[in-house]
Design a protein around this ligand. Structure first.
Ligand SMILES: Cc1cc2nc3c(=O)[nH]c(=O)nc-3n(C[C@H](O)[C@H](O)[C@H](O)COP(=O)(O)OP(=O)(O)OC[C@H]3O[C@@H](n4cnc5c(N)ncnc54)[C@H](O)[C@@H]3O)c2cc1C
Length: 374
């Protein structure tokens, strides 16, 4: 008999897991809270690394399609001083496909392919080890049981409490996101400033990053070190009030840099939370976690990559398990591998955030010099 396997969450982790399992002719139920694929804006661009996200796509048989969709030119990176001076200007070499960018919506559609996702299925609780298997409770009051439940439901996972008491904590850094459309026609000066990839500016305890997505869309991230309650006197739903508050925070920076905030449309408030760096748990038969649900870390370009590779690896391990009794052993071995790799990256990205949004902006530049190919 084939196992009843459910993955909770249709993000990069859950969809990659389901797609690779599907490739191995295994059935999997994908349960996603959103009412449909376009229920909310998919978010900004992602760079997929050769040994991580791209490896996962290869395991899903989707690497060629990714290469056709992705933007290697998006690897370009420019660093400015707060007065607008260009400090660094890295351009990808011809044929460089180490970290090409792809819009999240494009990646989601690529992974969705033939998958039959159950949309609008919001999970509220998971109870392991009941008589019939793992019990999943839904917001509409329904319940279902499975042999294996994979929590790929992100930072505020509803699956995680079934196996771990860890909860995310605030990093001390908040990000406020805005976007600009039709940049090449509406804001040609800003289009030149951003180039084909990203531009970043770092000051004392703050930074501003703009990233080109496809179709002339740009996402701007203002990041700053503040207490969690920094906005008590600010109505975050008031676009102009948030804009003024950000312009005050970045006061004195070069006018073209501040134009990124002046022309931004809506603002999305994202305090950055993380799980403990070495988050592990005592193995619980029938339940595991993938991606942000397992190891939420600062957004420094690896979270989705790890989530996808883990999804692909767990699916391959399950597909290779010789008999029904081997499923749990496959999950247990996968967890050990995931914890070791995620722990390494959590340490790197935690240290990275400290240097990027730090009292000494020279630290941010030094960090880029260490990681960019010379
Ligand atoms: C601003 C920003 C920029 C980033 N840039 C990059 C980057 O360039 N490269 C990179 O690798 N990473 C990046 N990351 C990190 C990356 O976005 C995450 O690590 C990645 O999305 C994690 O994937 P996931 O599938 O684990 O979780 P998510 O993407 O959070 O997906 C979880 C899914 O589960 C669903 N869900 C949640 N709760 C429930 C529930 N109760 N029931 C059912 N479904 C549920 C959600 O709707 C969602 O679809 C960035 C993050 C941020 C915030």
């Amino acid at each position: 008999m084939r196992h009843r396997i459910a993955v909770i969450g249709g993000g990069p982790a859950g969809l990659t897991f389901a797609r690779v399992l599907h490739r191995h002719d295994h059935r999997v139920t994908v349960l996603e809270r959103d009412p449909g694929p376009d229920a909310r804006p998919p978010g900004g661009t992602l760079d997929l690394h050769e040994g991580l996200g791209q490896l996962a796509l290869a395991k899903a048989g989707l690497l060629a399609e990714f290469q056709a969709l992705s933007r290697p030119e998006g690897q370009a990176m420019r660093i400015l001083d707060t007065d607008g001076t260009v400090l660094r200007d890295w351009q990808p070499r011809p044929g460089d496909r180490a970290n090409p960018e792809i819009d999240r919506g494009q990646l989601r559609d690529l992974l969705l392919g033939p998958l039959d996702v159950q949309w609008g299925r919001s999970v509220t609780q998971v109870v392991p080890q009941t008589r019939d298997g793992v019990l999943v409770h839904f917001a509409d009051g329904r319940q279902e049981t499975f042999d294996l439940v994979i929590g790929a439901d992100g930072a505020w996972s509803r699956v995680r409490p079934a196996i771990s008491s860890a909860t995310p904590h605030y990093t001390g850094v908040t990000s406020v996101e805005t976007s600009l459309d039709d940049i090449d026609t509406r804001h040609p000066d800003l289009a030149r400033l951003i180039g084909d990839g990203s531009v970043a500016v770092y000051g004392v305890n703050r930074g501003l990053v703009a990233q080109r997505n496809s179709g002339g869309h740009v996402k701007v991230y203002a990041q700053f070190r503040v207490p969690l309650d920094w906005h008590t006197d600010l109505d975050l739903a008031e676009v102009e009030a948030v804009r003024s508050s950000l312009l005050a925070l970045f006061d004195g920076w070069a006018a073209p840099v501040l134009d990124l905030l002046r022309h931004g449309t809506a603002f999305v408030h994202r305090p950055l939370y993380v799980l403990p760096v070495s988050h592990t748990w005592a193995h619980v038969p029938g339940v595991t976690l993938l991606g942000d649900a397992a190891h939420l870390m600062p957004p420094l370009g690896v979270g989705a990559n790890l989530a996808m590779l883990e999804g692909a690896e767990l699916a391959e391990s399950i597909a290779a398990a010789p008999g029904p009794g081997d499923l749990d052993e496959a999950v247990r071995a996968f967890e050990e591998q995931m914890w070791a790799r995620a722990g390494r990256w959590a340490r790197i990205t935690t240290a990275g955030l400290e240097r990027l949004v730090s009292p000494d902006p020279a630290e941010a530049l030094a960090l880029f010099d260490e990681v960019q190919p010379s």
